[in-house]
Design a binder for this molecule. Structure first.
Ligand code: ADP
Ligand code: MG
Length: 390
């Protein structure tokens, strides 16, 4: 690969032509007794915005460090554009990193912190070019008014944006961004998400973006890789991840309020199939297609069924005609939606409602389910019984 065998000046001068594809193949990484990555596997596509989504401790930061060459691996391969780079040092990998810890130079102004990578040995930017690029970054990140300050005079969210500016100002082929918006407040986070969508630099290069926030993942990811305990659980486009989670872990991680889960039994006679929910005291009629699909995969009789809060509907008139007879519990008006907790015999379920229609506690309600949105899980493996790659 060209940039591996040449000096920095060379690869910097041609970085625009390089669209790197990054792959990890069966990567194992241990820290003493802790196995952080258990045979991690994934491959980005050229120019893709790939989001790695997982809870704290899943191995996200370690994955980025391994791609950047900041950590050696125990086994497996790190691959850039088809070439194994396990032994290639960090400074020869065409990556730009922004990590959770901002690592800014305390004695430099914000301007100088962002400009710093452009002044590295071998770089040939003129002062005017440097000024233009720093200004562009600062505008994009909404920190123009902070350029003359020092890091000690900034909030956490502001420091985070300076750090991001310093990463992006270099225009690397691969961006590695580690939870870059976690310390930024909600309004600016929203604005920056929109900016990320628009930003030419990010569209032209490959980005691996790490987050534990599913909203960011669904918003930004061309594809999302779900990581849990050092393994990739599922890779897919946001829609696939949301509507076709591979297992309960993914279903739970994606979506707020989180998915409702119930123990259920599959019941069928010659004509009808039902999903009986004993703790809720109701049965959900199943379509013949659904029942057939479950039979085809040899679904066990006892299973776990999931339904998202937006796929439940309640009504007050003639509740006896509904699938289930329930009672309202707590209603929370959240402005753009209402969240209603309901009690069906022994189980609580959450559903989304009209925020302007307040519901008092203890009101008898009818409850219906969107049958096509039910997700069936095996209680032993917790896998989605009807999941397939496509
Ligand atoms: P995430 O970024 O998803 O929160 P990390 O990649 O930071 O997760 O960590 C993955 C696992 O590896 C965790 O169990 C963490 O405690 C462990 N770990 C990470 N870095 C080190 C280290 N330098 N020394 C020992 N254990 C580490
Ligand atoms: Mg981390």
């Amino acid at each position: 690969m060209r940039w591996l065998h040449h000096d920095r000046i060379f690869y910097v001068s041609c970085f625009h032509e390089i669209m790197a594809v990054v792959a990890l193949r069966n990567v194992v990484k241990t820290y003493g007794d802790v196995t952080a990555l258990h045979g991690l596997d994934f491959e980005t596509k050229e120019g893709e915005f790939f989001v790695l989504l997982g809870p704290s401790g899943a191995g996200k930061t370690t994955t980025l460090k391994v791609i950047a060459g900041l950590e050696d691996i125990d086994s497996g391969e790190v691959v850039f554009d088809g070439k194994v780079v396990n032994t290639v040092p960090t400074n020869l990998r065409p990556v730009g990193m922004a990590f959770e810890s901002y690592a800014l130079y305390p004695h430099f102004t914000v301007f100088e912190n962002i400009a710093n990578p452009l002044r590295a040995p071998g770089k040939t930017y003129t002062e005017t070019e440097i000024k233009d690029r720093v200004q562009k970054m600062a505008k994009m990140l909404k920190i123009e008014h902070l350029l003359t300050r020092h890091p000690g005079e900034l909030s956490g969210g502001q420091k985070q944006r300076v750090s991001l500016g310093r990463t992006m100002v270099r225009e690397p082929s691969v961006y590695l961004l580690d939870e870059p918006l976690t310390h930024v407040d909600a309004k600016i986070r929203f604005d920056l998400r929109i900016q990320f969508h628009r930003l030419e630099e990010l569209q032209q290069s490959t980005t691996v973006y790490v987050t534990h926030d599913y909203v960011e993942a669904l918003s930004l990811g061309d594809r999302i890789g779900i990581i849990d305990q050092g393994r990739i659980v599922q890779i897919g486009e946001p829609k696939q991840i949301y509507y076709h989670p591979r297992n309960i872990f993914v279903a739970h991680l994606v979506g707020q309020p989180s998915i409702n889960l119930m123990n259920a039994q599959l019941d069928a006679d010659d004509h009808n199939a039902h999903l009986h929910v004993p703790q809720g005291g109701f049965s959900i009629p199943l379509s013949p297609e659904r029942f057939h699909a479950l039979k085809q995969v040899n679904a066990p009789r006892d299973l776990i069924v999931g339904i998202r809060p937006r796929d439940l509907m309640t009504f007050t008139t003639t509740p006896e005609t509904a699938t289930a007879q329930v009672k309202s519990d707590v209603f929370e008006p959240f402005g753009s939606f209402g969240l209603l907790s309901i009690l069906a015999r022994d189980i609580y379920l959450k559903l989304l409602t009209d925020p302007e229609q307040e519901v008092e506690p203890d009101i008898p309600l009818g409850l219906n389910f969107r049958e096509d949105r039910l997700i069936f899980f095996d209680p032993t493996t917790e896998n989605n019984l009807l999941w397939s790659e496509n």
